[in-house]
Write a protein that binds this ligand. Structure first.
Ligand code: PBG
Length: 324
């Protein structure tokens, strides 16, 4: 047929037509904004490799959150950064540590905000690994009670969601049992279920001072080559009681997000990680990309792939742009 009967361009002719048939629409309600919290007062230190991202002391964090609420963002994800490191990462379950203090302060001032906390040991251990280390190995089962303790500490402080990012096997059920035993049946678990051993975490490790001091994380985080295995990881976490399952990173793993959503049809989070953020920021700084267009395109792609929750350092700017 040489006459084009079918003309998809008809519905692209005007902005209103395009709006009418748009399949995916970003919304401020889609986002969680991550924050790095440090000791001290009056602290706001830039993270060099993540322009626009800072490490805040609890008091400065509270100031920042006024705008976060005003923009309508539903919640935040907190990471603790500390100098107090030991082989076990015991600072992670210190009730007076930065994260529990931050959670209490945020919940007191802004009770309506969803507060999620990263549950891991890597920024609290002197070796920088996410679990107990013995003879150069990262031990799985001895790590579980420690993670459970961290999760209960965060729940006691008032966290709505705890988010284990360590990739130890069985940690979701261990945490669920510990939370329930402590009376926190209503605290949810957002599990980093398909978390890959990715090169895109580089800037985060600067921000959180959490780089491993020896070796790498490939004995616990997933091989980027695997997607079938991601479905198994998600299945296990759901069976163990995860309320939200996560794929991380997001942009290089859109196929995994889609498969997880299609296979399980449960709430899926996608983590648009530090390196993904840094790439766009760096190119924009050099004038090589239109930042706003690139960010909104990337975030739309993550949602189109099936993410219900998008964790992104771009969330605040995206919310501003969406409100324009
Ligand atoms: C800790 C953790 C990491 C990230 C979130 N939680 C880093 C890692 O596994 O090394 C990465 C987040 C990002 O890059 O934005 N386990």
């Amino acid at each position: 047929m040489n006459h084009p009967y079918y003309r998809p361009r008809r519905l692209r002719r005007t902005a209103a037509l395009r709006r009418l048939v748009r399949e995916t629409e970003l919304n401020v309600n889609d986002f969680l904004l991550p924050f790095f919290v440090v000791e001290g007062e009056g602290v706001k230190v830039p993270v060099e490799s993540m322009p626009g991202v800072y490490r805040y002391s609890v008091d400065r964090l509270l100031e920042e959150l006024a705008e976060v609420l005003e923009l309508g963002l539903p919640g935040i994800l907190l990471f603790g950064v500390t100098e107090r490191k030991d082989p076990q990462g015991s600072e992670a379950w210190n009730k007076e540590g930065v994260v529990p203090r931050a959670v209490r302060a945020v919940k007191e001032r802004y009770p309506q905000l969803v507060v999620a906390t990263d549950v891991c040991l890597c920024s609290y251990t002197d070796h920088g690994h996410c679990g107990v280390v013995e003879g150069g190995k990262i031990l799985n089962d001895p790590t579980l009670p420690l993670l459970s303790r961290v999760a209960v500490t965060h729940a006691e402080a008032g966290a709505d969601l705890v988010a284990p990012s360590d990739m130890m096997d069985g940690r979701v059920s261990a945490i669920r049992e510990a939370l329930d035993a402590a009376g926190f049946t209503e605290v949810g678990i957002m599990a980093y279920s398909a978390k890959y051993a990715s090169a895109f975490y580089g800037p985060f490790r600067e921000a959180a001072e959490s780089a491993p001091r020896f070796g790498d994380r490939r004995s616990y985080q997933m091989d980027p080559a695997n997607a079938v295995e991601a479905l198994w990881e998600v299945e296990l976490d759901l069976e163990e009681g995860a309320d939200i399952v996560m794929v991380k990173p997001a942009l290089a793993y859109l196929d995994v997000i889609r498969q997880v959503k299609d296979t399980f049809n449960r709430p899926v989070a996608a983590y648009n990680v530090s390196g993904e953020y840094a790439m766009i920021k760096a190119a924009a700084k050099l004038g090589w990309l239109d930042e706003k267009a690139a960010v909104l395109e990337a975030l739309t792609a993550i949602k189109r792939a099936g993410a219900d929750v998008i964790i992104s350092y771009h969330a605040r700017e995206a919310a501003r742009w969406l409100a324009e």
